[in-house]
Write a protein that binds this ligand. Structure first.
Ligand code: DGY
Length: 323
């Protein structure tokens, strides 16, 4: 059994993977995205690949891996970097790592919302540059978060955790959109949230719009010019989901017109090569995909991926089987 881990993991998780003696483990070094060539060479070299969100898997890889690769035991909850249909067509199973990163990702989304609303990044840049002229009543006025309305797109685990934080901690009213009809007890337990019919309905009702839906074809550029136009003037966007959920041209247009007051972003199209336009807006808070980036959580993601792999290799159904 040959197992490839595509990026460096927390040591604790790497050590356990080796100690489990599941096969010959390759902990790939350097810690960079694999090239097209490396992917194609890996296709018939490994029985198990443990990839993650920053992996760009070529379309030709899937048929090339047929008959050899058994499973992508993904490190991460999101799996939009894996073509699930192509994996299925080539008998490659896929698992992911939900639950363990829910709190940290919701914590970071709260941080982005607060930083964007209260201009914390901008204020820090001013302070560090030695340009702060001192306290004054009109200095760096932001938007009040407490008591405002939060709109959530995607009411899964992370969306619900965000709703609880916003409602219980900040007295926010919560509205949300999701394709599934959420039962009343779940709404009550998660910020007493109200489900609205569409993304634009949520956009129109809220002061802060936070994205918690999966990436992929169904949500590609879902937050577009129409959704920005539906938002209240002066509203703020938070994205800790996936970059491709937002139409970035429409985002810049909404910022340019002043209709969108600010945004707090953790994810982007084409990470890490961001559109240079991002750098020119003081009212953008830009984090480098840090949602799950705490010591305990990143180790827990590794353990969860290993648990899934062990179950798969035993012939059991892994707890987090995606496909
Ligand atoms: C995920 O798990 O999908 C995140 O984006 C990385 O933590």
């Amino acid at each position: 059994m040959k197992i490839l881990v595509t990026r460096a993991w927390p040591k604790e998780a790497e050590d356990r993977l080796v100690a489990e003696n599941l096969g010959e483990v390759t902990l790939r070094d350097p810690d960079t995205s694999m090239s097209h060539d490396e992917w194609m060479k890996a296709a018939q070299a490994y029985d198990v690949i443990m990839p993650t969100v920053s992996d760009k898997i070529p379309a030709e890889f899937y048929p090339a891996a047929r008959g050899k690769l058994k499973v992508f035991a993904n490190y991460g909850v999101g799996f939009n970097h894996i073509d699930i249909d192509a994996a299925r067509a080539n008998d490659i199973a896929v698992t992911n790592t939900p639950d363990v990163l829910t709190d940290c990702t919701a914590d970071l989304a709260m941080g982005l919302m607060l930083a964007a609303a209260r201009r914390i990044g901008e204020g820090e840049r001013e302070t560090r540059a030695g340009q702060w002229a001192g306290w004054r009543p009109t200095h760096m006025i932001g938007k009040k978060v407490s008591g405002a309305t939060l709109g959530i797109i995607g009411f899964g685990r992370i969306g619900q955790a965000m709703a609880r934080r916003a409602h219980n901690g900040f007295g926010m009213k919560v509205v949300f959109q999701d394709a599934w009809d959420v039962p009343d007890d779940i709404k009550a337990a998660n910020g007493n949230a109200e489900q609205l019919a569409s993304v634009t309905d949520v956009a129109a009702a809220c002061d802060f719009l936070s994205l918690h839906c999966p990436g992929g074809t169904d949500t590609y550029k879902m937050i577009n010019a129409e959704v920005f136009a539906a938002m209240k003037p002066g509203a703020i966007l938070v994205n800790s989901a996936r970059g491709d959920v937002v139409d970035e041209d429409a985002l810049f247009a909404a910022l340019d017109s002043g209709h969108l007051a600010a945004a707090g972003l953790d994810v982007y199209h084409n990470e890490p090569a961001l559109d240079r336009r991002f750098m020119s807006y003081e009212n953008l808070v830009l984090a480098p995909h840090l949602g799950s980036a705490t010591d305990g959580t990143r180790a827990a993601m590794g353990h969860r991926a290993i648990d899934n792999l062990i179950a798969f290799l035993k012939g059991d159904k892994p707890r987090d089987l995606v496909s």
